[in-house]
Design a protein around this ligand. Structure first.
Ligand code: UDP
Length: 330
């Protein structure tokens, strides 16, 4: 594997990771996937891409993979990422996210790999004091998931200060949509995310959509989020990789569309795009959910040259196409 074109994608068999692998192939990079397949799927990894089955918490697994493939950069997607679960099982999040990432950074140090792109999250901010959220705004996570990612960002800052490792932390707002090629999309079990859960009501897989809280301080009482297409996220990683290759210093960026939609607005948009009625049920709040998260992505546009290609209609249309075929392509 060439030092510049080789990229190890940790968690490359997952939803965002496999979209990234496709992007790297399209852009003539040579990805290799490292994944423990606990949540990822072998079938989301193209046949001609090497797949190392390993766990970051087994130091030998990651060390031998980095020694074998000698990538120029590492992109790290692998993490537990469910807000609700993180509140009931916090140790899973500190082990799977923080401990695993420290192991990865140690193995990168030992193999002298110095470029790192990290999947961070809007959940690092907690309940924001202002909307849209800017990169340097106060960070006070309301859930363990966000806390675990913020800890890693702190670790990365310290590591970059004391070594010549450079990193980019990309804080995703709500990743959604599916690859327009129809081969890659969300395959979570259990599925907890809003858009796939709405679509499952339409396919009959779910009886109704539970709406977690309609008494938030938002225009219609349901939570407001910033939905960003997974392909746009992959574009941002590619731009970050190119920027690191050009010598950019370590930095963090918010990745969102800059537009907020409430849960009810998403339900209405799904009904519009699919022409079907969604059955909903008002339910209690989900612990750890902030009322409103909307990104300012000016910095990613300005510094990385990021441009969003997919709006909400395209997000829902691609997700709906995927939802209808995802079990058939098993
Ligand atoms: N949500 C909901 N019903 C669901 C799934 C999600 O009402 O079945 C709400 C959730 O409480 C949050 C928003 O939809 O306000 C987005 O949740 P999701 O889990 O998709 O992403 P998160 O914002 O937690 O990363």
């Amino acid at each position: 594997m060439g030092r510049e074109s080789g990229v190890m994608v940790i968690g490359g068999a997952g939803y965002i990771g496999s979209t990234m692998v496709q992007k790297l192939i399209d852009e003539k990079y040579q990805p290799v996937v490292f994944d423990n397949l606990s949540m990822g799927h072998r079938r989301l990894v193209p046949k001609n891409v090497p797949l190392v089955k390993g766990d970051l918490r087994n130091y030998k697994d990651i060390l031998s993979a980095l020694k074998k493939y000698k990538p120029g950069a590492v992109i790290h997607f692998a993490a537990a990422s469910l807000v609700g679960e993180s509140m009931t099982n916090p140790l899973k999040y500190y082990d799977n996210n923080v401990v695993a990432c420290v192991q990865l950074l140690k193995a990168m140090k030992e193999t002298k790999i110095k470029k790192f792109i990290f999947s961070s999250t809007a959940a690092t901010f907690g309940e924001p004091k202002r909307i849209p959220i800017q990169e340097d705004d106060n960070k006070c996570p309301t859930n363990t998931y966000g806390q675990s990612k913020l800890m890693i960002e702190t670790i990365l800052k310290d590591e970059a200060r004391s070594t010549d490792t450079r990193y980019v932390a990309l804080r995703y707002f709500n990743a959604c949509g599916a690859h327009p090629n129809g081969r890659i999309g969300e395959l979570h079990d259990p599925e907890t995310h809003l858009i796939p859960n709405i679509l499952k009501v339409l396919t009959g897989e779910k009886k109704e959509l539970q709406i977690f809280g309609d008494d938030y301080d938002t225009p219609d009482g349901t939570c407001v989020r910033d939905y960003v297409h997974v392909e746009d996220l992959a574009d941002a990683h590619l731009l970050a990789l190119e920027a690191l290759n050009r010598g950019m210093k370590s930095d963090a960026f918010n990745l969102g569309s800059g537009s907020g939609y409430s849960v009810m607005e998403i339900v209405r948009e799904v009904e519009k795009v699919t022409g079907k009625k969604v059955k909903v049920k008002m339910s209690p709040r989900r612990p750890g959910d902030p009322a409103k998260l909307v990104a300012s992505s000016d910095k990613a546009r300005r510094v990385l040259g990021w441009k969003i290609k997919h709006g909400l209609e395209s997000i829902i249309r691609t997700a709906w196409e995927w939802e209808k075929i995802k079990n058939k392509s098993k």
